[in-house]
Every structure is written in structure tokens, then in C-alpha cells.
Design a protein around this ligand. Structure first.
Ligand SMILES: CN1c2c(nc(N)[nH]c2=O)NC[C@@H]1CNc1ccc(C(=O)N[C@@H](CCC(=O)N[C@@H](CCC(=O)N[C@@H](CCC(=O)O)C(=O)O)C(=O)O)C(=O)O)cc1
Ligand code: HCS
Ligand code: ZN
Length: 767
């Protein structure tokens, strides 16, 4: 029996790589410093896994920005617009790579970044490959080979991790009409073959191909592509050992298809699809080995050794040990580095948890327990079972009043008092907003200074009153700036928040937060997901103080700003001892109380952000309706307890709405703001086709780049929007929050936006 890891976090246990990247981008360090930070991150990870006794250690799981973008560079799928930069002889390959990830606005160039989207149902984002009809591929970067050689030199037996050819194509987007990305298989396969030949020459034995799409709904064309690709690769490389990694779902209807692909090892996610094991081992072809994804790569709870051993034992009854691999369910990219770095956790709860480093240890113990070395691990087995017993019975988890409140939720709690048509009139009267009201999504630039105040406050270098005064000062500046810009509905700026989810996690009971539990979200950006360990409740109001303060500074309306229950659930580590729907309802009740308190405090417009509703969709379509029912109900529980004249907004970014528009309408938010500018308002079509009745704020400029849009550009987007949505339903706002931007560009962009709205008002009146 062998152990292996599908991938390890790479941002650095102290976010060293994040810091090195950001310093390099801002010109504060040299390329050599960044490359050195990369080498150190890899060496540290390999050493750690070697010391933990892992048998097959991955390489090429490292990335300076994103593993999909790495593959794009490796296969030479560099979009045309970057080639002009590449032709500038002075530019390093890594700078070209960062230009693709982040855009390139210097030396007279103004080149937009490649699109970024969610990595399946995780909070990680990848850079979407772009394909054209005449797309050509060629091996264009040595990263995979170089890291393999580097790992060998570090004294390990590396297993290169490569995004499988079919998943790579399926992750991409056709940038022209008239072809299907899967038609590019024939052109891409020679590049994979060149790469494998180079790796084989350097002595590679095992190669891991990540093919997560094998766990999703597949059409016949995709299946045919998988068969063709793996038969071709097998033919060319009879001696290499291929591990086909599937994850994030069970194989379901793809089971027998996957079992018959000509590879050596099939990796399955037994956390997401535990019930499939019997059928898989029954049907497993004799020449196929099985990698049991047994340790949860998406959560931070300790593995239950007794349960895992049952699964391993079952497999051992049918398979020789040398055909069994033990692994985490997916890459460990999605969990933090090391639980031992956490000093402030309640010891009882800490004893229920495992981060990446601890998960390595778990695999090793399971291997010993299952493979003839049980005696030396008996103590660890007992400790593990005691931890699980303590978790099952702990009084820290259960809150009877939360449970009984949950049972009392009725249909009525999910409904506003009156339909939108009646509410709209009352809100118009109460709020007195102009046509095309302008607003922003909530956050304003979180400067280094603001973050440093919070860091000092946490370290005790600033007391609560000093911190409060500083944040109030920043909030007041934001209010004055918004008044000066001429926005209609203001926000307080979210300066008091470290993160839109973590901030709420810190204030809810039943939720823990870590000090160093960073997980990569995209590029150098990281999040510290809250850890929901017990029944959730809200001991006191969480946002009223700041909203009320901001409202006291101005005669304009200030929007209250909350994160919705589904997003809090989705971006946290959640309990695995009760259904997600149950946990989500508990959070919904806490947010409901907050909404009520904001209303009582005189806040008449309240935004409940739900950017993660769509990413929470199960990966298999058959399960969508069940999820949508409880997820949308949770939003409604959170938002429905207010009077008709209180206006509820929601905000979503990164969402395609076509297939869930009916459910979005059922949320019945008075106003929904959405990310729209990068699709040039295309996302609005779903709302238009559905005759979406409530108000909509399509984002009129991209907030991911420092580029300042012109008034004309915004006006033309507003014109486009009015062609599909009646003017009286439209709001004007950016795509998303502005926390990652600088004030300099923010002010200019918002002025252009307000101007465009004013001009649109005139045009509509004269029409
Ligand atoms: C909207 N998005 C979000 C997602 N998930 C979330 N949980 N939150 C989101 O907002 N998913 C989808 C998208 C992803 N987008 C982003 C955008 C931006 C970030 C981001 O900026 N992350 C920050 C960390 C934010 C934070 O927690 N800040 C803390 C602590 C900051 C820190 O590093 N402190 C320093 C000391 C500071 C100093 O002295 O200068 C330290 O600890 O060393 C805070 O503000 O208090 C990032 O930097 O990565 C993430 C996802
Ligand atoms: N209110 C949040 C939403 C981000 S999705 C913000 O403005 O940052
Ligand atoms: Zn957003």
C-alpha cells in the first residue's frame, strides 16, 4: 500500500510566496528574489512530505499564480493580445505569465487580464484558457520538467501533477464562434506527448493527470475525447504509470467508463462518493490499481480512522495491497498549512481538527494501521477515536434554543409581507431616489494603513478606542468622498472588516476563527475561512454600530451591508456531522435578526451579499433543485422580516444566471446587483428573457483592474442594458466591491459612473 498527495498548498505557511509576489509586482524586490521564494516554498513542501513518509510526492503542484495558467503557458495557448508583450525582448517569461493573469498597463500598453472563474465548487479561482478556431499549441515552457528535475535533486521520487488534456480543454472558453473546444484534442495531444517523453527521459515513473470532469455530468463527445486521449497516450507510453485523478464528486454514471480507461491507477474521492466503493472494487479491472481519496482535502476535521479502516479493509479483501494507494480526497490546496501554528483555539476543538500537515500524518498512520504496522500506531488510533467521541458528545456543539428555533421556521418566515409591485411604490415614496440610482457594492479601498491598524489592535498595540476612532475617521472620509462624487446610495466602506465572511464568523457563536489558517483564493489573495463547529447563533448585533454611525454622518441613504447565509456557509469550513442545509438555516436566522436590528436602527436599504449561491450548486445537475430549494429559502429567511418600505438588495459576482434565473427571481430581493461589465451586459439577457420583475444593477465597470473607464464607455453599457431591461428597473454600480483598488482610480471611475447615470437620465427623459 502506498501513500500519495494530489497537491499541497503553495502560498507558504507564513504566506511567504504571497508577499514575495506582491513585492515583485510593486517593484520592491527583484525577479531573483521571487524565484528564490518559489524554490524555498517547493523545497519546504517536499521536505515536509518526505519527513512524513509519503511515498509519492507531487511536483508541479507549485504555482506562482494558478496551475491552469501554468498549463496554458506550458502548451503555448498564449492569447494573441499578449504576443506583443512577448515580442519585447526584455520581458521575462514570468512577466508575460503575470500579464496574462493581471493585465498589463505600462510602457504604453493597455492589455486586459484573462478571465478568472471559480474552480468547481471551491473558493479557489483559476484563469480561464482562451481558445480560437485556429488555436495552435506547442510546448512553450519548461516549468513541469524543471520542477521534476529540481525535486529529484531535492532527493525525492517526484510524481508530476498535470492537468489532464480533456479537463484542460473543458476548463477553457471558445473566444470565437464556429468550433467546439473539444475539437482541439488532435492539436493538443502532440504537446502532451512531447512533455511526457521529456519526463520519461528524465526518469519519471508515475504521472498524475487531474481530470476532475470525470466526476461531473459528461456528454458523449467528452467521453469520446477521454477515450481517444488516454488510448493515444497509453500507446505512446506503455511503461509510464498514469494516475487518473478524479475529485469533488463520486463517479456515479461515469463509473464503468472511468474503470475502463487505459491508465494504471484511478483516484476516487471517497469523501464525496463513499457509497461507490463496493461497486468500484467489484468492477475494477485486474490491471487497474485504486487510489482511495480517504482524507478530506476540503475540510479541516480529523479523519475518523475507524471509518477509513473499514473502507481500506473492504478494498484489501478484493485487492492486493500493492494495488491500493491512500490519499487525500483532492489536492490539499483548499486547507490551511499547519494546525500547530494556531495558538488561540479552544483545545477541545483543536483536538478535532487537522490541517494539511496533520493530514499527511493521518495518511501515514492509516497506512501503518492497515498494512501490518498496527501495533506501533495503536496509541494514535485510540487518541483519534477519543477525539471523535469528544466531538460527538461535546456540549460546545449543541445549543437547544437554536435547534428549537429552527424547528419552528415556517413558510411565512420566507415571505415578504407584500409582493414587489406594492413594495416598489412604498420604497419610491420612502427613499425618493432618482432614476438610474447610483451606488457601490460595499467595500472601499482597504489600504495597508487600515490593515495595519487592525493588526496593531489585534496585537494590543492599539486599544479598542484608538482603533474605533481610526476606523470611524476612515468611514467618515469615505462618506464625504461619496457625497462629493455624487452617489445616490452610500455605503460605510467596510473598513472594520478583515473579510466579508471572516468578520461575521468572528462574531457568531458556534464559529471559530484561526490566526494563520490562510487558504489561497486567487493569485496572491488569500482568505481565512471561519470554522463552523457547532450550532450557530448571534449573541449581539454585528454591523448596526457601523451602519448607524455612517448614517449619522449624512442626509443621503447609507446601505446596510451583510453577507448572506449561503455565502457564509460556502466560504467557511463547515460541520460534517449535520447536513449543510441545517447549518445554513441557523446562519440565516442570525442574519435575519441582524436585518431586523438594522431596520430598527433606521437603516432603510440593506444589502445581503450572496456571491457564492451559484458556486454552491452541486456539481451534478440532478442535485441542483434540492440545493436551490434550501439555499434560496435561507436567503429568504434572512431577508424577509422587514417592512415593505425597507429595500433589500442582494449582490452576486462571478455568476452565470441562465440556468438558475427562476430561482434568482424567487429570492425576491428588491434590487440585485451583478457582475456584468466583462460580458458587456450579456449576463442581463437571462433577466430579460425571464422578464425579471424586480430592480437590477448590472455592473458597469470591472473592478479587478486599476483601469479607469470613461463616461462614454459606461454610457454605452447603460444603453445596451436599456435595450433589454426597462430603464425604471435599472441601477448603476460597479461590478463588485472596491477593497482591492486604490482611491486614486476609484474616485475617477466612480465620477465617470455618476456622470454616465446623469447623462442617461437626460436621454431617457427626452426619449
Ligand atoms: C469576494 N471574494 C471573496 C471570497 N471569499 C472570501 N472569504 N472573501 C471574499 O471577499 N471569494 C471570492 C472573492 C475572492 N476575492 C478576494 C479578494 C480579496 C481578498 C483579499 O484581499 N485577501 C487579503 C486578506 C484579507 C484579510 O483577511 N485581511 C486581514 C489581515 C491582513 C494581513 O495580511 N495582515 C498582515 C498585517 C497587516 C499589516 O501590518 O500591514 C499580517 O497578518 O501579516 C485584515 O484586513 O485585517 C489578502 O491579502 O490576501 C481575498 C479574496
Ligand atoms: N460587499 C462586498 C461584496 C463582495 S462580493 C464588497 O463590497 O466587497
Ligand atoms: Zn462581489
Amino acid at each position: 500500500m502506498q501513500t500519495h498527495i494530489l497537491g499541497y498548498p503553495r502560498i507558504g505557511s507564513n504566506r511567504e510566496l504571497k508577499k514575495a509576489c506582491e513585492q515583485y509586482w510593486s517593484g520592491k524586490n527583484e525577479l531573483q528574489d521571487l524565484l528564490q521564494a518559489g524554490r524555498e516554498s517547493r523545497r519546504e513542501n517536499w521536505k515536509l512530505q518526505q519527513e512524513a513518509g509519503i511515498d509519492l510526492i507531487p511536483c508541479n503542484d507549485f504555482s506562482y499564480y494558478d496551475q491552469v495558467l501554468d498549463m496554458t503557458l506550458s502548451v503555448g495557448a498564449i492569447p494573441e493580445r499578449y504576443k506583443v508583450i512577448a515580442e519585447k525582448s526584455s520581458i521575462a517569461q514570468l512577466d508575460l505569465y503575470f500579464a496574462m493573469a493581471r493585465g498589463f498597463q505600462k510602457d504604453g500598453f493597455d492589455i486586459t487580464a484573462m478571465e478568472m472563474t471559480k474552480w468547481f465548487d471551491t473558493n479557489y479561482h483559476y484563469i480561464v484558457p482562451e481558445f480560437t478556431k485556429n488555436q495552435q499549441f506547442q510546448l512553450s515552457d519548461d516549468k513541469i520538467l524543471d520542477e521534476f528535475i529540481e525535486a529529484k535533486k531535492a532527493g525525492i521520487k517526484p510524481k508530476p501533477v498535470i492537468i489532464g488534456l480533456v479537463s484542460y480543454l473543458l476548463l477553457g472558453k471558445e473566444k470565437e464562434e464556429g468550433f467546439d473546444k473539444l475539437d482541439l484534442v488532435d492539436r493538443l495531444i502532440p504537446v502532451y506527448i512531447d512533455l511526457l517523453a521529456a519526463l520519461q527521459k528524465e526518469g519519471a515513473e508515475y504521472i498524475q493527470f487531474d481530470e476532475p470532469f470525470l466526476a461531473l455530468d459528461l456528454d458523449e463527445k467528452s467521453r469520446a475525447a477521454f477515450t481517444f486521449v488516454y488510448e493515444e497516450i497509453r500507446k505512446q507510453f506503455p511503461d509510464l504509470k498514469f494516475i487518473l485523478a478524479t475529485y469533488f464528486e463520486g463517479l456515479k454514471d461515469n463509473r464503468s467508463f472511468c474503470l475502463n480507461l487505459p491508465v494504471d491507477v484511478l483516484h476516487i474521492d471517497l469523501v464525496r462518493g463513499p457509497s461507490e466503493l463496493d461497486a468500484i472494487i467489484r468492477e475494477l479491472p485486474k490491471d487497474l490499481s485504486l487510489s482511495l481519496g480517504i482524507v478530506d482535502g476540503r475540510n479541516i476535521w480529523k479523519n475518523d480512522f475507524a471509518k477509513s479502516l473499514e473502507l481500506i479493509q473492504k478494498t484489501k479483501e478484493k485487492l492486493d495491497s500493492n494495488r491500493i494507494f491512500l490519499a487525500p480526497s483532492c489536492s490539499l490546496l483548499h486547507v490551511p498549512y499547519d494546525l500547530e501554528l494556531e495558538t488561540g483555539l479552544i483545545p477541545e476543538i483543536k483536538n478535532w481538527m487537522a490541517f494539511a500537515k496533520q493530514k499527511l500524518q493521518e495518511l501515514k498512520v492509516l497506512q501503518d494501521l492497515a498494512d501490518g504496522n498496527a501495533e506501533k500506531r495503536i496509541g494514535e488510533f485510540k487518541d483519534n477515536q477519543n477525539a471523535h467521541k469528544s466531538r460527538r458528545t461535546s456540549s460546545l456543539i449543541h445549543n437547544l434554543s437554536v435547534k428549537s428555533r429552527l424547528e419552528e421556521i415556517s413558510e411565512d418566515d420566507t415571505l415578504r409581507k407584500n409582493p414587489f409591485s406594492l413594495r416598489k411604490t412604498q420604497q419610491q415614496e420612502a427613499l425618493g431616489l432618482p432614476q438610474f440610482p447610483t451606488t457601490t457594492i460595499g467595500s472601499f479601498p482597504q489600504t495597508k494603513e487600515v490593515r495595519s491598524w487592525r493588526a496593531k489592535f489585534k496585537k494590543g498595540e492599539l486599544n479598542a478606542q484608538q482603533y474605533d476612532t481610526l476606523i470611524k475617521g476612515e468611514t467618515e472620509k469615505a462618506i464625504r468622498r461619496q457625497e462629493e462624487i455624487g452617489l445616490d446610495v452610500l455605503v460605510h466602506g467596510e473598513y472594520e472588516r478583515n473579510d466579508m465572511v471572516e468578520y461575521f464568523g468572528e462574531q457568531l457563536e458556534g464559529v471559530l476563527f484561526s490566526k494563520r489558517g490562510w487558504v489561497q483564493s486567487y493569485g496572491s489573495r488569500c482568505v481565512k475561512p471561519p470554522i463552523i463547529y457547532g450550532d450557530v447563533s448571534r449573541p449581539e448585533s454585528m454591523t448596526v454600530y457601523w451602519s448607524q454611525y455612517a448614517q449619522s454622518l449624512t442626509k443621503k441613504w447609507v446601505k446596510g451591508m451583510l453577507t448572506g447565509p449561503v455565502t457564509i456557509l460556502q466560504w467557511s469550513f463547515v460541520r460534517d456531522d449535520q447536513p449543510r442545509s441545517q447549518t445554513c438555516k441557523q446562519i440565516a436566522l442570525a442574519i435575519r435578526d441582524e436585518v431586523r436590528d438594522l431596520e430598527k436602527a433606521g437603516i432603510r436599504i440593506i444589502q445581503i451579499d450572496e456571491p457564492a449561491i451559484r458556486e454552491g450548486l452541486p456539481l451534478r445537475k440532478a442535485e441542483w433543485q434540492d440545493y436551490l430549494k434550501w439555499a434560496i429559502d435561507c436567503f429568504k429567511i434572512a431577508s424577509s422580516a422587514v417592512g415593505d418600505s425597507t429595500q433589500i438588495h442582494t449582490h452576486m459576482c462571478y455568476s452565470e444566471f441562465n440556468d438558475i434565473i427562476e430561482n434568482i427571481a424567487y429570492m425576491d430581493a428588491d434590487v440585485i446587483t451583478i457582475e456584468c461589465s466583462r460580458s458587456q451586459m450579456e449576463l442581463l439577457n437571462a433577466f430579460s428573457t425571464y422578464n425579471y420583475p424586480n430592480e437590477i444593477g448590472p455592473g458597469v465597470y470591472d473592478i479587478h483592474s486599476p483601469r479607469v473607464p470613461s463616461t462614454e464607455e459606461i454610457l454605452s453599457l447603460l444603453d445596451k442594458a436599456q435595450k433589454v431591461i426597462p430603464a425604471e428597473q435599472l441601477w448603476v454600480n460597479p461590478d463588485c466591491g472596491l477593497k482591492t483598488r486604490k482611491w486614486e482610480e476609484t474616485e475617477k471611475a466612480l465620477k465617470a459612473m455618476v456622470n454616465a447615470a446623469k447623462m442617461a437620465r437626460v436621454t431617457v427623459v427626452t426619449n
